[in-house]
Design a protein around this ligand. Structure first.
Ligand code: NAD
Length: 268
C-alpha cells in the first residue's frame, strides 16, 4: 500500500528536474499521476519512465500561464479520473540579472510563470480537489522566497509571492472547511537543469559571499560547496521526498506552512 495510494495527483513542469522526481515518487507511492509541461518530447520520455517503473501516469501539454488551458486540464482530469486530490505547482523559471538591467519583459515573463501559474492552478484545481473530498496543494517556492539574493531580485519577488500566497490560500481553504491543505516547499541548491538555464552572474544570488565572481553557474555542486553548509547540492529526489510527505496524510495537520529542504542554507 503506497503512501498516496489511489490519489489523483497533478504536477506542473513534470517532464524534468524536481517535477519529474515528484511525478515518479508519487507514482511509486501509488498515486494516479497526471503531469504537464511545455516540453512534450521530455514529457513523453518521462511518461515512459514512470510506466516502465510500474506507475500509472498520463501526460498533457500545458503552459501554466494559459488560464484556458488550466480549465481544460482540470476538466480532463474530472472526466478521465473523476477526482483530484494532489496539486503540485512546480513549473518555474529563474532569470538572473541585476535589477537595474532587467527588462520589463523578463520581469513579467518570470512573474507570469512563477506566480500567475500558481494562481491559476489554485483557482481552477482546488474546487475539484474539494469536490473530491479534499487533498493537498504543494507550491514550489525556494530559499529565494525566504532570503534576499543579489542578482535574483526578480526571482525572489516571485518566490516570496508564492510563499505568502500559499499561506493566505491555506487560510481561505480552512475557513471554507474544504479539507484542502496548502503548503510551500523551499528547495536550496538542487542539481537540475535550471542551473544551465540561469546565465552566469546570478550565482551571488545564493547569499554566498565565498563564491568567486564569475564562478560557473552551470555546476550546482560547485556552487553548493560554498553555498550549502552540507557542502553539496541536493537531488531532485530530496525535494520529491518532501512533496510526497506533504501530499500524504502523514502531514494531515500541516497547512499554510513551509517545508525547507536546503542543506542548511537558511540556518545561517
Ligand atoms: N533547482 C533548484 O536549485 C531550485 C531551487 C529552488 C527552487 N526551485 C524551483 O523548483 C521548480 C522546478 O525547478 P527545476 O530545478 O526542476 O527546473 P527545471 O528547469 O529542471 O524543470 C522545470 C520544468 O518546468 C517546465 N516549464 C518551464 N516553464 C513552463 C511553463 N510555462 N509551463 C509549464 N511548464 C514549464 C520546464 O519545461 C521543465 O520541464 C521551479 O519552480 C524552481 O523555481 C528549484
Amino acid at each position: 500500500m503506497g503512501r498516496v495510494q489511489g490519489k489523483v495527483a497533478l504536477i506542473t513542469g513534470g517532464a524534468a528536474g524536481i517535477g519529474k522526481a515528484a511525478a515518479m515518487a508519487l507514482a511509486k507511492e501509488g498515486a494516479i499521476v497526471v503531469f504537464t509541461d511545455v516540453d512534450d518530447a521530455r514529457g513523453s520520455e518521462t511518461l515512459a519512465e514512470i510506466r516502465n517503473a510500474g506507475g500509472t501516469a498520463s501526460y498533457h501539454s500545458q503552459n501554466v500561464i494559459d488560464e484556458a488551458r488550466w480549465q481544460e486540464i482540470v476538466a480532463t482530469i474530472k472526466a478521465e479520473q473523476g477526482a483530484l486530490h494532489i496539486l503540485v505547482n512546480n513549473a518555474g523559471i529563474g532569470i538572473s540579472s541585476d535589477i537595474f538591467s532587467m527588462s520589463y519583459a523578463d520581469w513579467q515573463r518570470q512573474m507570469a510563470i512563477n506566480v500567475d501559474g500558481v494562481f491559476f492552478g489554485v483557482k481552477h484545481a482546488i474546487p475539484l480537489i474539494a469536490a473530491s473530498g479534499g487533498g493537498s496543494v504543494i507550491n514550489i517556492s525556494s530559499v529565494a522566497g525566504l532570503k534576499g539574493a543579489a542578482g535574483l531580485a526578480g526571482y525572489c519577488a516571485t518566490k516570496g509571492a508564492v510563499r505568502l500566497f500559499t499561506k493566505a490560500v491555506a487560510l481561505e481553504c480552512a475557513q471554507a472547511k474544504m479539507n484542502v491543505r496548502v503548503n510551500s516547499v523551499h528547495p536550496g541548491i538542487i542539481d537540475t537543469e535550471i542551473w544551465q538555464k540561469i546565465p552566469q552572474g546570478g550565482v551571488s544570488a545564493l547569499n554566498s559571499p565565498g563564491i568567486p565572481a564569475g564562478a560557473n553557474a552551470i555546476d550546482a555542486n560547485l556552487i553548493a560547496q560554498v553555498g550549502a553548509p552540507l557542502g553539496y547540492a541536493g537531488l531532485p529526489s530530496d525535494i520529491a521526498d518532501g512533496i510526497v510527505f506533504l501530499a500524504s496524510d502523514e502531514s494531515r495537520y500541516m497547512t499554510g506552512t513551509e517545508l525547507i529542504i536546503d542543506g542548511g542554507m537558511t540556518a545561517r
